[in-house]
Design a protein. Structure first.
Lengths: 121, 110
């Protein structure tokens, strides 16, 4: 079955960087794009970025563009998100979410369990 | 900046029907936004319910249906059950390769 194992919780200082990972299993990794979504405590879901796991093309939200990089390692079926120059409002649960395949690319059909990132001064 | 709005909260009686909506602050929602809907319960990851306006995700009962109502996307839940209590989020695809979530609707069944 489709599964995602996300890396463990992180506690960081403001200005630091964090690298999160999302290891996929149960399907052909390069057949589905991967998205990253975060949710601050008690807040809405916020779309952050996506990566074409086949060719590595990426797209980022305007809010975090310039501070974020999404990469993937097809040999390890893993997607990575690096967020730099962390701020307190980056404190959130970060999810990886798989895009539907084929013509159903525009929604997220499976989600990871989330990685908590806490940022403080 | 494009903002997607949903009712902050809604209440439905057990067995009743409720329709949640999803609007754009500027413009109308259409099928070209590929509206999708997700349900999230406390401490859990979101789960897809509806995609591409009106397709049900795998395993989702037909009590859940999606549509375009006027200039909004809509999620209808019929025969509401206690375990339908959750936060419901819509998501829209903007044609510049960006996705946006709505603010979510907290549904209470009582």
């Amino acid at each position: 079955q489709v599964q995602f194992v996300q890396s463990g919780a992180e506690v960081k200082k403001t200005g630091a960087s964090v690298r999160l990972s999302c290891k996929a299993s149960g399907y052909t990794f390069t057949s589905h794009a991967m998205h990253w979504v975060r949710q601050a405590p008690g807040q809405r879901l916020e779309w952050l970025a996506w990566i074409n796991t086949g060719n590595g093309n990426t797209k980022y939200s305007e809010k975090i563009q310039g501070r974020v990089s999404i990469t993937r390692d097809p040999s390890a079926s893993t997607t990575y998100m690096e967020l730099r120059n962390l701020r307190s409002d980056d404190t959130a649960l970060y999810y990886c979410a798989r895009a539907g395949g084929g013509t159903n690319w525009a929604y997220f059909d499976s989600w990871g369990q989330g990685t908590l990132v806490a940022v403080s001064s | 900046q494009t903002v997607v709005t949903q009712e902050p909260s809604f209440s439905v009686s057990p067995g009743g029907t409720v329709t949640l909506t999803c609007a754009l602050t500027s413009g109308s929602v259409s099928t070209s936004h590929y509206p999708s809907w997700y349900r999230q319960t406390p401490g859990q990851s979101p789960r897809a319910l509806i995609y591409t306006t009106n397709k049900r995700s795998s395993g989702v009962p037909d009590r859940f249906s999606g549509s375009i109502l006027g200039n909004k996307a809509a999620l209808a839940i019929t025969g509401a059950q206690a375990d339908d209590e959750a936060d419901y989020y819509c998501m829209l695809y903007l044609n510049n390769g960006i996705w946006v979530f709505g603010g979510g609707t907290k549904l209470t069944v009582l």
